[in-house]
Write a protein that binds this ligand. Structure first.
Ligand code: NAP
Length: 301
């Protein structure tokens, strides 16, 4: 249990509600900053302003998945207040205070380093990325249906990257009856594609593989769909870029060629905020329980 552990939830969106529910059930002492416009109250969690929190009392801080912006501001869907995490404020928290965030940002890296506080980046974890691939795939299917006038069944679909998201996409689009071809850069991924019964090719040969592509889904966070590649693609193709911003597509050139290309960050939060919240809440609660039980053991020794 997290009894008497003071956890500060700093901003966020609907996903944080799942986190609040989960940590509340574990009996944590929760302070919620950035939830003043949320029409829901939680027994055992109090809505407060940042200046009402004594940093020295905070055991852990939970940030939104986006962390902070370049000036330290924290996104808060349920508040119009400006919330900022500063180095000075962080420096007053206990040394063992850990910050949990989806991703880090240069600002967060800098202030946490200067204040000597650890930042745990949940989205870098394999388990979170694999669980998140489930709503990402469902969101991708939704996007493809909305933006094309053909069925996925029977369509020529190219998927770029066979990482945690790419693997789930290949499996789902194949199961829907698409003719799937996957672009990879490692021989072991060619072997995996073979085992899964889908065609594959090296990403360096992409330009020679796209002539009959009807749908192309990119998961590679690097420029791969260059103007040179796009010049070989039919103008009627649809590109869904799910890689982190700025994606891996030359969107300017795609537009010029008349290829519909969209980038869709945050699909899990968009199509399944409750599930996306539960994924984070489950991992977070395990990490917090582990952290505090280790700390108690150390204190006992
Ligand atoms: P991942 O497991 O690291 O997979 C990325 C894949 O891209 C790997 O197969 C990697 O190959 C390949 N790759 C990276 N750089 C490459 C390059 N320069 N050339 C060729 N291949 C390259 O990551 P993931 O968890 O699947 O996520 C993929 C991307 O989607 C990330 O940017 C992530 O932030 C994003 N994402 C977006 C959403 C959304 O809602 N839009 C949801 C989930 C994830 P190697 O294995 O050889 O390194």
């Amino acid at each position: 249990m997290l009894t008497n552990k003071h956890i500060l939830i700093l901003g966020g969106d609907a996903r944080q509600i799942e986190i609040i529910d989960k940590l509340n059930a574990l009996d944590a002492h929760l302070s919620l900053v950035g939830f003043d416009q949320l029409n829901q109250n939680f027994v055992g969690a109090i809505k407060v302003n940042m200046d009402e929190i004594r940093p020295s009392d905070v055991d852990s801080i939970i940030l939104p998945v986006s962390g902070t912006d370049d000036e330290g501001h924290v996104e808060a869907t349920f508040s119009s207040q400006t919330i900022k995490l500063t180095k000075e404020w962080l420096g007053e928290t206990p040394q063992y205070c850990t910050i949990y965030s989806g991703i880090s940002t240069p600002y967060l890296d800098q202030v946490s380093l200067e204040a000597g506080r650890e930042v745990v980046k949940l989205f870098e974890r394999d388990d979170v990325a694999i669980y998140n691939s489930i709503p990402t795939v469902e969101g991708s299917i939704m996007m493809v249906i909305q933006h094309t006038d053909i069925t996925i069944h029977g369509a020529n679909v190219i998927i770029l990257g066979l990482g945690r998201t790419g693997l789930s996409l290949v499996r789902a689009f194949s199961a829907l009856g698409a003719s799937v071809k996957v672009g990879v850069r490692r021989p072991e991924h060619l072997a995996r594609a073979f085992e899964m019964g889908v065609e594959s090719f090296y990403i360096k040969d992409l330009a020679s593989q796209v002539q009959d592509a009807e749908i192309c889904i990119n998961t590679i966070p690097a420029m791969v769909l260059t103007s040179q590649v796009l010049s070989h693609m039919p103008a009627s193709s649809f590109i869904l870029d799910v890689a982190s911003l700025p994606g891996g597509t030359d969107f300017r050139y795609a537009k010029k060629r008349g290829i519909k290309a969209i980038i869709t960050p945050g699909l899990p939060g968009l199509v399944a905020p409750k599930t996306a919240g539960r994924i984070i809440a489950n991992v977070l609660s395990e990490l917090l329980l582990e952290k505090f039980s280790e700390e108690e053991k150390r204190n006992d020794d």
